[in-house]
Design a protein around this ligand. Structure first.
Ligand code: ZN
Length: 159
């Protein structure tokens, strides 16, 4: 396991559409381990592969932020259902010091491959956990929190 450097804005990889993971190889397992360790070390609650410089559809998250308490790892995650709307403050490990109020679905359903179980899983999430999933999946689509704001607010944060 290793702690990896976290990519910060304005690195181009954060704006790219990440590629699907075709096969769960040893490299993917190692990457998941390193990403989890990096996330806990940074005291984050989620991390997407582009944030450590790999443009792959792979996320780790833990709403407790405490080492391996409630670690979730998903490969090729996809939101299949969303309802309700909640606006709340969000930060991002790739945007140090930036906090934005972002609107998200209150409740979602996500499917993806759990590499530990080696099979497809479907997860229902609400509130904070749903927010983390949506934030991390945004990273796979090249979106940062301020891309969810109106243009004026976005310019304000970028300067
Ligand atoms: Zn982020």
């Amino acid at each position: 396991m290793a702690i990896l450097p976290i990519v910060k804005y304005p690195d181009d990889i954060l704006k790219q559409q990440a590629s699907s993971v075709k096969r769960i190889t040893k490299d993917i397992f190692n990457l998941v381990d390193d990403m989890a360790e990096t996330m806990y070390e940074a005291q984050g609650v989620g991390l997407a592969a582009p944030q450590i410089g790999r443009s792959l559809r792979l996320i780790v998250l833990d709403p407790t932020g405490k080492e391996a308490k409630q670690l979730i790892t998903l490969v090729n995650p996809q939101i299949t259902f969303g309802e309700g709307e909640i606006e709340d403050e969000e930060g991002c490990l790739s945007l140090p010091g930036v906090i934005c109020k972002v609107k998200r679905f209150a409740k979602i359903r996500i499917k993806g491959i759990d590499p530990i179980k080696g099979k497809e899983v479907e997860i229902e999430a609400e509130d904070f956990l749903a927010r983390i999933f949506q934030h991390e999946i945004d990273h796979l689509n090249g979106k940062l929190i301020w891309d969810r704001l109106g243009m004026l607010k976005r310019e304000f944060y970028k300067h």
